[in-house]
Design a protein around this ligand. Structure first.
Ligand code: UD1
Length: 370
C-alpha cells in the first residue's frame, strides 16, 4: 500500500487525550503519514498546550486558530478554514474524535469534499437534544464511514439509527489508553501532596456544562450545596473559563472563595489532574471523560446531569447521576464497599489505539485495491 495521508483532528481539551495514543500508534507505521490538525477551539495554554506537553504530542502540523465564538461562528469558521486545507492537501482519511464542535464541523466539511471519515467514540447518545454535544454526535455519526465504538450500548444506538453493521467496529475506550500510557508519570506526580491534601480525604469538583453554569439559579443552588459539603469534606475545584466567567457574572465567586473547605484552582494539566483523581475520595462533575476515568480508577463519581451518554459507567462502573438538590445527601451516603466491587467495561484495557490502527490498515488496503 502507498503511504496514506491521515488527518487527526483535535480542537478542545477532551480531544487531546483521545488523539495522543492513536498518534503514537500511527507515527511509526510506514504506510501512514499522520498529521495533527488543531482547530484552535481551545487556545489557553492550560486547556491546550499543557496537554500536548503531558501526552508527548508534537506541535500540531496545522492550527486553524479558530478560537471562541457562538456555535455558528465557531462551526462556520472551522468549516471554511478546514475546507481550504482539504482542497490543498486531499487526505486519504480524516479521523475525528469525541463530540465537540470541531468534531462535527470537520466531519461535515470532509464529507462534502468526498473524503473518508472515521469517528472514534462513535455511538454515544444522551438522547438530550439540549446538549450541543448530542447534536455533534448524531451529525458526525450520520456522516462517518467508519464508526469506532467504546461499548455495546454505542453499537446498539448506531444500529437503531440504521447504520450498516459493517461500519460499526467496537475498539474500546481510547481514554484508558492515555491513562495507561501515562500511569507511571501520573503516580509519580504527587499533585495531591503538593496541595497538602490527604489521601482519600478530599473531593474534586469540575463543572462547565451550559445546563449547570449558564443559569444563575442553577449555579447558585450548586454553589450552596458545595459550600455545605465543604464543611465536612475538603473540595478541590479547578474551574473552567466558562464557569469562572459565570461565577463572576452572577456574583457567586466570593462565597466560594470565603468557604474554608474549598480550594479554587486554575484548570490543571492532564498528569496533575489524573494524580488528583487517583488519590481522591469522590468526584462531583458534569464532564463526559471524567465519568470514564473514575470508572477506570473505581472512584465514586457523581454526575450532575439528568442523563449520560456513557450509561456503562453507571451499570458497570462507579458513576451515579445526581442533582443540585440531592448531591449533599449522595456524598454523605457514599458506601466505599460498593465502589470496590464495581467493574471496568470490556476493552477498556489500554489497547484501543492498536485495534484502531488494524482497522485503518484494513480499510485503506481494501480501498487502494479498489
Ligand atoms: C467545549 C466542548 C465540550 C467539552 C469542553 C471541555 C463544544 C460544544 N463543547 O466546551 O463538549 O466538554 O469544551 O472543556 O464543543 N475559553 C477560554 N479559553 C479557551 C477556550 C475557551 O477562555 O482556551 C472560553 C471561551 O471564550 C468561552 C468558554 O470558554 O467563553 C467556552 O468555550 P467553548 O470552546 O465554546 O466551549 P466549552 O464550554 O469549553
Amino acid at each position: 500500500m502507498n503511504k496514506k495521508k491521515i488527518f487527526l483532528i483535535a480542537g478542545a481539551r477532551p480531544n487531546f487525550m483521545k488523539i495522543a495514543p492513536l498518534y503514537h500508534a500511527l507515527k511509526n507505521k510506514s504506510w501512514a503519514d499522520t498529521l495533527i490538525i488543531h482547530t484552535g477551539q481551545h487556545y489557553d495554554h492550560n486547556l491546550s498546550q499543557s496537554f500536548f506537553d503531558d501526552l508527548g504530542l508534537p506541535p500540531a502540523d496545522i492550527n486553524l486558530n479558530i478560537g471562541s465564538g457562538t456555535h455558528a461562528v465557531q462551526i462556520a469558521g472551522i468549516m471554511v478554514a478546514f475546507e481550504k486545507l482539504i482542497m490543498q492537501s486531499r487526505p486519504d482519511l480524516v479521523i475525528v474524535v469525541g463530540d465537540i464542535n470541531s468534531t462535527m464541523a470537520c466531519s461535515i466539511t470532509a464529507k462534502k469534499c468526498n473524503i473518508t471519515i472515521a469517528h472514534l467514540e462513535a455511538g454515544l447518545r444522551s438522547f438530550d437534544m439540549n446538549m450541543p454535544e448530542e447534536i455533534n454526535r448524531i451529525v458526525t455519526d450520520a456522516l462517518s464511514d467508519i464508526l469506532w465504538t467504546p461499548s455495546p450500548d454505542a453499537d446498539q444506538n448506531l444500529r437503531n439509527e440504521g447504520k450498516n453493521n459493517n461500519s460499526i467496529i467496537r475498539v474500546g475506550n481510547i481514554m484508558i489508553d492515555s491513562i495507561r500510557m501515562m500511569l507511571p508519570k501520573i503516580k509519580a506526580e504527587q499533585t495531591f501532596n503538593k496541595l497538602s491534601l490527604q489521601e482519600k480525604n478530599y473531593g474534586i469538583v469540575t463543572l462547565h456544562r451550559p445546563s449547570n453554569v449558564d443559569k444563575k439559579e442553577t449555579l447558585q443552588k450548586i454553589c450552596r450545596s458545595l459550600i455545605n459539603i465543604s464543611k465536612r469534606h475538603t473540595l478541590v475545584f479547578p474551574f473552567h473559563p466558562r464557569t469562572k466567567k459565570r461565577l463572576d457574572q452572577f456574583n457567586l465567586l466570593s462565597p466560594l472563595e470565603k468557604a474554608e473547605g474549598i480550594r479554587l484552582l486554575e484548570p490543571l494539566n492532564y498528569i496533575s489532574f489524573m494524580n488528583l483523581i487517583l488519590h481522591s475520595q469522590f468526584i462531583i462533575t458534569d464532564s463526559g471523560g471524567i465519568q470514564e476515568e473514575t470508572t477506570y480508577f473505581k472512584i465514586p463519581c457523581f454526575t450532575l446531569r439528568p442523563n449520560t451518554e456513557r450509561p456503562v459507567t453507571i451499570t458497570l462502573g462507579s458513576n451515579k447521576l445526581s442533582t443540585p438538590e440531592t448531591i449533599e445527601k449522595d456524598i454523605e451516603s457514599i458506601d466505599i464497599s460498593y465502589y470496590r466491587q464495581r467493574g471496568i467495561p470490556p476493552l477498556w484495557d489500554g489497547n484501543t489505539a492498536g485495534r484502531v490502527v488494524v482497522s485503518i490498515n484494513k480499510y485503506l488496503s481494501k480501498k487502494s485495491k479498489g
